[in-house]
Each structure stands twice: as C-alpha cells, then as structure tokens.
Design a protein. Structure first.
Length: 194
C-alpha cells in the first residue's frame, strides 16, 4: 500500500466533508430542497465508503511500512484521525439539524390532508390556518429516514475512527518501547565501553 493512496483518500474525505458542510449549511434556508437532503445522505454514504477503504489501506500501510514510510504512516494516521473527526462532526450536525427541523415543523404546522374538502372549513379555521405552515407527511417521513440513515453511517464512522485511534496508539506504544530499548542499549554500551 502506498503513502500516496492513503493521502489521496484523506484528501477525498476532506472534499466530501467540505461539500457536506456546505449542504448542511443550507438546511432551513430558502435554498433547502429535497434534492439537497438526498445529496447530504449520498455524501454521508460516500464518506463512509472512503473511511472504510482508507482505514483498510492505512492498516496495511502501517503494518508493512519501514524506514521513511513508517514516519509517513504515523503522520497519515494522525491526519486521517483529524479528518475523520471533522467528518464525524459534520454528520452529527446534519442529524441534529434535521431532527430539530422535523420537530419544529411538526409542532408549528398542520398536516396537509389532500382528501379534505375546502367547503367544510369555517371562516375561523381559514384565518387560523393562513398563519400556519403546511407540511407533507411523506416529506417528513423521508427526512426522518434520512436522519436514521445518517445516524447509522455515523455509527460506522465512529467504529472506523476507533480503529484508526487504536492504530495511532499502537504506533505510539511501539515508538515508546523502541525508545526504551535504544536508551537501555546505549546506557549498557556506554557502561561496558568505559
């Protein structure tokens, strides 16, 4: 596994994260559309796929690296962990924003009932409903499904994050043990050489 492949995967995850952040920023604005929500769901899936592939590549790189590649693998592990944290934060923000929006719509709106006959309204109902936003139950159901999908992918991303975090900690332990061995060797060599 090459350093360049892992580095490219980290860059791709960064691009997905930035695009997702832009799309999540549109939630609740006049530019917010169903297509925007579908794109956020798709970006979450792409990000999860990149995370899984990059985690596997990074593990192979860490296990097979030697010399200068070992140092590069350590740096890539830390970079990947940082990018993964940003992606996780954007996913969490998407879930929180959608959950809040769905709750707000449900609490401040009335359900659109296309089967209701307008002739059955009295004047008070018409004036009351003129100030209330109307929502479509199917749209809210889709948004709630998006929340569940993103939340599920977030769980998978957290699992990958823990794997990468474990790799970084393992590397730090190996380096610490290596430093102790080298220090002990130098100390013993110095004592016997004097």
């Amino acid at each position: 596994m090459s350093v360049a492949e892992v580095s490219a995967a980290i860059g791709n995850l960064g691009n997905v994260t930035n695009e997702m952040k832009d799309k999540v920023g549109l939630f609740g604005s006049p530019l917010d559309t169903r297509a925007n929500h579908e794109l956020v769901t798709e970006l979450t899936k792409q990000g999860r796929d990149i995370v899984q592939a990059a985690t596997a590549k990074l593990q192979l790189l860490v296990n097979s690296a030697s010399g200068a590649d070992k140092s590069a693998a350590r740096k890539l592990s830390k970079d990947f962990k940082a990018q993964l944290t940003l992606f996780e934060q954007v996913c969490a923000r998407a879930v929180a924003s959608e959950s809040t929006a769905v709750q707000a719509i449900r609490s401040t709106s009335v359900r659109r009932d296309t089967e209701r006959d307008l002739a059955n309204y009295n004047e008070d109902q018409i004036y009351t409903q003129a100030n209330v936003q109307v929502y479509d139950e199917d749209d809210l159901a889709r948004r709630e499904e998006d929340i569940i999908k993103i939340h599920h992918k977030l769980g998978e991303i957290k699992a990958a994050f823990q794997e990468v975090d474990g790799l970084v900690q393992d590397q730090e332990e190996v380096i610490g043990a290596y430093n102790i061995i080298v220090f002990t060797f130098i100390k013993v060599s110095t004592e016997h050489g004097s």
